[in-house]
Design a protein around this ligand. Structure first.
Ligand code: SIN
Length: 295
């Protein structure tokens, strides 16, 4: 199999240990779990999304495990500004703080709390099931631009995580770029639902949730491909990645780095295992692969 040259990489203004990052939402709620994921071979980590006020999230059930994926409606539970203390010890490490807000001002307020600690920010403009947040803003390119600009003003690397639940993801990517984003991340979960035939009602407490895992990988590849065609800033792939070959495919579509989320639930050592297959001495420079499927 094709191998990549190992070592540090600079993506979207952030120096990463390798091309693989922990995606937001999994193992990202404590400093200890983030440190453990870094120690287990991730080149960077993205925290659970943090917002302007503490929240318990949606009522349960919040998760449905499926054959080829996971359906969640956590509802953006988070400790808000208390999370600053949780990750202070990780200052200097490649920790990207995922943030959300209901307005550009709220994005800027939350980002400012972490400005001394974060290696960068990832703006959650893409959660598909939180009223007034996430994709509610991120489906509107003007709002994407305004929220992005509100955070890039702080001068730290700013990535914008986009929703696939739109007709034209490239227009949202271009809006993030216009707002000064250093990278776009594609994709967050696909809005989805399951119904219990026994109970005759939706399984999730929130009714709607977001689908992640292997089932969404082809959608993520298509979105990365579309964004690479449209944007000049780096694209970071996310969605259903679970093997070294998936990482290479994402890169060929246009991803400069790749986030891994749901696969960590099945295998907490997934970063080490993917790295063992992905990297090797004498390996190819990743730059020659990124976007090669477009030529
Ligand atoms: C959640 O907390 O509900 C998931 C976050 C997301 O989908 O962005």
């Amino acid at each position: 199999m094709l191998r990549l040259k190992p070592g540090h990489v600079d993506v979207g203004g952030v120096r990463l240990g390798n091309h693989l990052l922990l995606a937001a939402g999994i193992l990202g709620t404590t400093g200890a779990s983030l440190a453990r994921v870094l120690a287990s071979g991730a080149g960077g980590v993205v925290t659970k999304s943090i917002g302007p006020a503490p929240s318990d999230g949606h009522p349960g059930p919040c998760v449905v495990v499926l054959d080829d994926g996971l359906l969640n409606a956590m509802g953006l539970p988070n400790p808000s500004s208390d999370f600053v203390d949780e990750i202070t010890s990780l200052k200097g490490k490649p920790v990207i703080v995922s943030i959300f807000g209901g307005t550009p001002g709220e994005f800027s307020e939350v980002a400012a709390w972490f400005a001394d600690i974060a290696a960068g920010f990832e703006l959650n403009l893409s959660c598909p099931h939180a009223e007034g947040y996430g994709a509610a803003l991120g489906s509107d390119p003007e709002m994407v631009e305004a929220c992005t600009r509100a955070v890039t003003r702080l001068g730290l690397p700013t990535w914008v995580k986009l929703t696939p639940n739109v007709a034209d993801i490239a227009s949202c990517g271009l809006a993030a770029e216009k707002g000064g984003a250093h990278a776009v991340v594609a994709i967050n979960t696909l809005k989805a639902m399951r119904i219990s035939t026994g109970l005759r009602m939706p399984v999730l407490g929130n009714r709607y949730g977001g689908l992640s895992g292997r089932a969404i990988f082809p959608v993520a590849v298509r979105c990365v491909y579309d964004l690479y065609e449209a944007c000049s800033i780096p694209v970071i792939g996310c969605g259903g990645v679970s093997s070294a070959d998936d990482v290479l495919e994402m890169m060929m579509a246009g991803a400069s780095a790749v986030e891994i989320g749901t696969a960590v639930l099945d295998d907490p050592l997934v970063f080490r295992e993917i790295s063992e297959h992905l990297y090797g001495t004498g390996g190819e420079d990743a730059a020659s692969l990124v976007g090669c499927a477009h030529e």
